[in-house]
Design a protein. Structure first.
Length: 182
């Protein structure tokens, strides 16, 4: 995908990004891309799930197991509001964070959202080796979860199809969009 075709899959925001939020399904490379993008911009990097774990004193899996998904989602929204107050941050959101209307509102007001879109085959290959993902399941369950989240992801300001691209190439495409949007 060229920067020109990326722009076709984007909703111009008409504003300079004060933060950049990397959104998408599990296994799409959100944390890796956000870290590389932050390095290129000289901005702070934040992984929302890591911040939740720090604040809660438990892993994401433990929070899901011990307190439930609803509790996790409340923590997620609280941490996102806190993080969004610091401009110049590239934030990797968890796979379900952008599904919350409240979280989408926070990201829209404080920055630009970038959806990393990957086919289910890539997601499955990347996630099968990791046992720490609380919502990871078999192919049928993952397809249903991805399908249920897709309408929310489609609301992001920018969409990048990541299949066949390196982390570096994805970060460069995001930079191209931001430069064109300023």
């Amino acid at each position: 995908m060229t920067p020109e075709s990326m722009a076709e899959n984007s909703q111009p925001t008409g504003r300079r990004a004060s933060n950049i939020y990397i959104v998408g399904f599990m296994g799409t490379g959100k944390s890796s891309v956000a870290l590389r993008l932050a390095e290129k911009l000289g901005w702070a990097f934040c992984d929302l799930d890591t911040e939740i774990e720090r604040a809660a004193g438990e892993t994401v899996s433990e929070i899901f197991r011990n307190r439930g998904e609803a509790h996790f989602r409340r923590l997620e929204s609280e941490e996102l509001r806190r993080i969004s107050a610091s401009p110049g941050t590239v934030v990797a959101l968890g796979g379900g964070a952008f599904c919350s209307e409240e979280n989408r509102r926070v990201t829209a007001v404080t920055g630009t959202s970038v959806w990393l879109d990957a086919p289910l085959e890539i997601v499955m290959a990347r996630c099968e080796a990791e046992s720490s993902r609380p919502l990871f399941g078999d192919r049928l369950a993952m397809a249903a979860l991805l399908q249920s989240r897709r309408p929310a992801y489609e609301l992001a300001d920018v969409r990048i199809e990541v299949e066949g691209l390196t982390v570096e190439e994805i970060a460069d495409r995001i930079l191209s969009f931001i430069a064109a949007d300023c």
